[in-house]
Design a protein around this ligand. Structure first.
Ligand code: E4P
Length: 214
């Protein structure tokens, strides 16, 4: 499973990229609004830090507006993936952009029927929001399972990108369900490394190493 970082913070991306384990980055307007630099500046730098898909979301809601916004974004770097919302206009733009050879991430997916339409529109990635479904007492991970199943049934090439990930078990369950990608905040990525027995074991080995004869 690919690991994407869900942030527009360059320091976080730099630190995570240094591990060599990051396959891509997703941004959204809310994440970009937290940063002081412009959207285009951020995207340019992210593309130098990570050699993989970098999602850039359009803010237009009509087909023509999305197509217009997508062009300069896609021109920034070959790895820019245009992120469009799961609306009729968004899927129309997805189809047109895919036809132009651009990579598209269809975002704000909350149902299997929406995911089916995104695959038919030629999306590179579909982003079902696991955490936001859990927040309203629905089972976000069941949606991931359903989409993986449906895509397998028909051989759709669209990759399932588990989004709105809140904790390490979301990542593990998405991997078990067969999601192609999980995108997560830096904090969750850091938590993936952690285990108290690793810390305890290492402490013991280091203490014993000091006692060992040279
Ligand atoms: C995905 O691409 C979105 O940017 C993100 O995962 C949304 O996460 P949130 O529900 O924590 O805002």
């Amino acid at each position: 499973m690919k690991i994407f970082l869900d942030t527009a913070n360059l320091q976080e991306i730099k630190e995570a990229a240094a591990t060599g384990l990051i396959d891509g980055v997703t941004t959204n307007p809310s994440l970009v609004a937290k940063e002081s630099r412009s959207f285009h500046e951020i995207l340019k730098e992210v593309c130098t830090l990570v050699d993989g898909s970098v999602s850039a979301e359009v803010i237009a809601t009509d087909f023509e507006g999305m197509m217009k916004e997508a062009q300069p974004l896609a021109a920034i770097h070959k790895n820019i993936t245009i992120k469009v919302p799961l609306t009729p206009d968004g899927l129309r733009a997805c189809k047109a952009l895919a036809k132009e050879g651009k990579k598209v991430n269809v975002t704000l997916c909350f149902s299997a029927s929406q995911a089916l339409l995104a695959a038919k529109a030629g999306a590179t990635f579909i982003s079902p929001f696991v955490g936001r479904l859990d927040d309203i007492s629905e089972n976000g991970m069941n949606l991931i399972k359903d989409i993986v199943h449906i895509y397998k049934n028909y051989g759709f090439k669209t990759e399932v990108l588990a989004a709105s990930i809140r904790h390490p078990m979301h990542v593990v369950e998405a991997a078990l369900a067969g999601a192609h990608v999980s995108t997560m905040p830096y904090k969750v990525f850091q938590m993936l490394f952690k285990h108290p027995l690793t810390d305890k074991g290492l402490e013991q080995f280091l203490a014993d190493a000091k006692k060992a004869k040279n």
